[in-house]
Design a protein around this ligand. Sequence first.
Ligand code: NAD
Ligand code: UD1
Length: 351
Amino acid sequence: MAYILATGGLGFIGSHTCLELLALGHEIIIVDSLINSSKETLNKINEVLEFRGISAINRILFKKGDIRDLVFLKSVFQEALVNNKKIEAVVHFAGLKSVSDSILAPINYWDVNLSGTINLLNLMDKYNCRKIIFSSSATIYKPINSKLIKENSDLNPINTYGNTKLAIEKLLYDIYKNGSTKWAIVNLRYFNPVGADRSGLIGENYNINSNNLFPILIKVANRKLDSLPVFGNDWPTKDGTCVRDYIHITDLAIAHAKALNNVLQKNKEFLNLNIGTGRGFSVLEVIKKFKEVNDCDIPFHFLPRRNGDAPFVVADNSLANTFLKWEAKKSLKEMCLDAWRWGRHKTKSSI
Ligand code: NAD
Ligand code: UD1
């Protein structure tokens, strides 16, 4: 089992991944500034593990800090070394992820996402830790409308957030290509992660400005919003609404565990992998399923198309299936059930 650093490990994807890595027996140090998460998640991870009959008490360490703070981040690597616990690989989630905020605050987005990553990579190099799984996004692809997206499809992000993700991928490729040191790098390009752990104890921090589909669905189901705006009913899709590849967060977390296993066994590697289910659902199909399985009312109304949307964004996930020996197992029904199990308990102020 390995000693792993998880940046942003208390966030939505980080917390579910840490849970699965701890369940497999790995030891983890989480670095998180808590800008979009809470320390309470640490207790919840332990609670879920206890429920599964697993103890992680001495296998999880938390350090609050910002990855842009070089002195802080260096102390994390140094302390591990002093304790004879060399960090073997990094799962790098820390970053800002809102498309709309990124357009409003581009300097901040470039600073957190890119400067933070450069700090991290500098230290990894210095401490001979050259294995990394990076949280990339399907948002870096140029929309191709009806075909499944492959890893070699055209890239063309159309917003600041996507630009930062593509820049980091390019930086990682330059590092890989440079022959002086050997790096094992996997960019996981997530499609639409949704849902929550089955326990309902951990999930996504839906903040007040979340404008993704599932946070809005939860808001309507919680009667914090009267009706769900559906952006466009005139797209060239099966029912006129946009189609996306929603993936259950636990399937995504397991993909990280497999990718980690892969980099731990490799000295030099560079992989881009689509992490999606390969199946697309329209907005209306998601609303219907959510209503049906959660027995709740989801009023909706149509609005014009949202700027920047594409009709059909679905992964060809065959590379990930092959390389990682992984496949997404959970259905849209489980995504809707688990999202609501988590979301229905959210405090009134946050959702
Ligand atoms: P999240 O906001 O829930 O998690 C990110 C975590 O990083 C949070 O706990 C936050 O407090 C922490 N963080 C942010 N800036 C930091 C900094 N400077 N230093 C230390 N910690 C910091 O987001 P998430 O949904 O879990 O996403 C994780 C990663 O995956 C992000 O890089 C995101 O861009 C990427 N991603 C997410 C999605 C998605 O739909 N959720 C899709 C594609 C890619
Ligand atoms: C969005 C971002 C993408 C980012 C991803 C994950 C845009 C254009 N894309 O993807 O860059 O990687 O989130 O954070 O912002 N929808 C509604 N009504 C709503 C909300 C959404 O109809 O109130 C529709 C959207 O038009 C879309 C689908 O639901 O067709 C999914 O939307 P969303 O959850 O925001 O994800 P993406 O747009 O795929």
